[in-house]
Design a binder for this molecule. Structure first.
Ligand code: ADP
Length: 193
């Protein structure tokens, strides 16, 4: 039984996942009382535990071994008493067991010129920029998340706008508030003990 929720912060590359995770973890650690959220960057995990089988030059990314990756994710999530509190940073929810995750936050940057600039600044080739822009326009990540965790009405998939710097702050605060509510709803004394 988790004492803290597990959250995936997801979305197309460049929408602000890593920035939002960092902001959220900072807010959580400085809350009173502090909330012990832990980062789980899937990018880092793919590299540090060799969950890949080469590099795709066209896609400019590692070829992820999904089975191995999910085995590693499960190890981390089940770690300790499986007490939860993981904030997972990844551009997809594919492969994650629904039971592992309490909230899926899909960050959205529908202002295509803004997203374009962020992706181009990473040195992505035109084809890769275009592929990611298309994915964002069609809401691919949200659709995929809803297949697992249900519609927005069920409250487990939440889309948040991530276009400017204020959004980062606001989104991190909203997610933290959601975490606090989760703690209240899942403990008898409301303190997460
Ligand atoms: P992701 O993890 O989704 O790939 P990052 O958090 O690495 O995205 O952000 C990519 C770049 O875009 C960074 O330079 C970041 O500062 C910028 N960025 C992301 N979201 C925002 C936002 N809402 N407002 C301003 N800049 C942003």
């Amino acid at each position: 039984m988790r004492s803290l929720p597990n959250i995936i912060i997801t979305g197309t590359p460049g929408v602000g996942k890593t920035t939002t995770c960092t902001q959220l973890l900072g807010l959580a650690s400085s809350a009173t009382p502090a909330i012990n959220l832990k980062p789980l960057s899937i990018n880092d995990l793919v590299k540090s535990r060799s969950c890949h089988s080469g590099y795709d030059e066209d896609l400019q990314s590692l070829i992820v071994d999904d089975d191995k990756l999910m085995d590693e994710v499960e190890k981390d999530i089940a770690d300790g008493d499986g007490e939860g509190g993981w904030v997972i940073d990844w551009h997809s929810t594919a492969g994650f067991a629904v039971r592992w995750v309490d909230l899926v936050v899909v960050l959205r940057c529908e202002e295509t010129s803004v997203l374009y600039d962020r992706l181009a600044a990473r040195g992505y080739k035109d084809a890769k920029v275009q592929e990611n822009m298309d994915a964002e326009i069609f809401g691919v990540v949200t659709e995929e998340a809803k297949e697992g965790w249900g519609d927005e009405e069920e409250g487990r998939v939440v889309e948040l706008k991530s276009v400017n710097a204020d959004d980062i702050e606001e989104n991190a605060e909203r997610i933290l508030q959601w975490v606090k509510n989760w703690i209240k709803d899942h403990t008898t004394d409301g303190k997460g003990d």
